[in-house]
Design a binder for this molecule. Structure first.
Ligand code: BGC
Length: 368
């Protein structure tokens, strides 16, 4: 329903703009424009963050393959060191120097790329924010991602549904909350999406965050690193759960879910009933855990489809067109960025086979 409504609005909007002679980018995001298009063989820069989950590893390979197949020169870089933000900024500057026509950015730190994307615009390049929004700058032309707020909502609902199923006699539940890296704008979007579902249940007493740590700043996981989530979970369990049952944990992704599960197991809190732990990304290492009930859920955000759509945008821009968008523009704190959203899907062991039907690798893990 939601998708249909958005599409209708988008079509109506385009028709209106055509009548009034406006560009569909209008006054939204500032751009050097791509009306002229660009040639086969042009450099397309892809700046990805550090490899904090499988989806980022896969994205680099897919961008290289798909852009090359489409006839472009792909310049795909990761920002892998401790100085990730400044490394990524330097990589984008080099892409500018090479004359990249489009720069696709999965930001390490969504707030620290203002001068690099401005330079890209000054050079006539189009800037696409990939998966993570680039914030507080007008120099971003498009945003393409899975609907991240929806991801959070699905996680919050999965936590509730999973606890109801696993603890049928309970009327209230003890939980803990985790979020991702504060540098990643998605972390807050996931968390706030989940809290839309969970907060009313905390307020009415159905849920109790036993540690009392409900503010996002208290729940963050620096660098999205598993070790940091595991240490925090160890501390939470040691300090709050002696003689107390843990029913569930909101985990923003699979990497952190597995770390949290390790901590729960070490503390012996997985018996008699395994607490519900959510996740995201459909990582290969989490699929067997989902099938055996050790991890309750994940989210299917097929990277192949996201990269394919981003490359489709590049092709449209190359031919002098605007890139297709299908959702409401996303406010990045400075402008509304034209947005393309793909729909995320919740996966539990009940629908895993169906959700991964077109992914032989994951399907094999489901059927193992
Ligand atoms: C992505 C998630 C991923 C996380 C850590 C986020 O920006 O949207 O899919 O789990 O980064 O890599």
């Amino acid at each position: 329903m939601r998708k249909i409504a958005i599409t209708t609005v988008a079509i109506a909007g385009v028709a209106l703009m055509a009548l009034s002679g406006c560009s569909s980018r209008g006054t939204d995001a500032s751009s050097s424009g791509s009306a002229a298009g660009f040639k086969a063989g042009s450099v397309i820069g892809v700046a990805l963050p550090d490899k904090t989950s499988e989806n980022w590893v896969l994205a680099g390979k897919l961008f290289t393959d798909d852009l090359t197949k489409a006839g472009f020169k792909a310049d795909v870089q990761y920002a892998p060191s401790a100085n990730t933000a400044s490394e990524q900024a330097a990589q984008i500057s080099t892409m500018n120097t090479k004359g990249a026509k489009v720069i696709i950015i999965g930001a390490f730190d969504g707030k620290q790329l203002g001068s690099q994307v401005k330079a890209a615009h000054d050079n006539g390049a189009v800037v696409i924010a990939y998966d993570r929004l680039i914030q507080d700058t007008k120099d971003v032309d498009y945003y393409i991602a899975y609907d991240n707020e929806k991801v959070g909502e699905l996680q919050g609902q999965a936590l509730l549904d999973g606890m109801k199923a696993r603890f049928p006699d309970a009327t209230n539940y003890n939980i803990e909350l985790f979020s991702g890296a504060s540098t990643d704008p998605n972390a807050a979007v996931f968390f706030n999406g989940a809290m839309k579902i969970l907060q009313p249940k905390i307020d009415d007493g159905t849920l109790k965050v036993v540690s009392g740590q409900t503010a996002i700043a208290q729940t963050q996981t620096t660098g999205w690193l598993a070790a940091n989530a595991q240490t925090r979970m160890d501390t939470l369990l040691a300090g709050n759960y002696s003689g107390t049952v843990l029913n569930g944990v909101l985990s923003p992704n699979d990497t952190l879910a597995r770390a949290i599960i390790t901590s729960i197991h070490a503390a012996g809190k997985d018996t008699p009933v395994q607490p519900v732990v959510t996740g995201q990304d459909s990582e290969a290492a989490s699929i067997p855990l989902i099938m055996s009930g050790v991890q309750y859920s994940t989210i299917n955000k097929d990277t192949t489809k996201l990269v394919a759509q981003a490359v489709e945008m590049v092709k449209q821009l190359a031919s002098g067109k605007k890139a297709t968008t299908n959702a409401d523009a996303t406010d990045n704190g400075s402008v509304k960025v034209p947005t393309y959203y793909l729909p995320p899907e919740l996966v539990t062991k009940d629908n895993a086979a169906q959700s991964y039907a077109s992914n032989p690798t994951l399907l094999a893990l489901v059927n193992k």
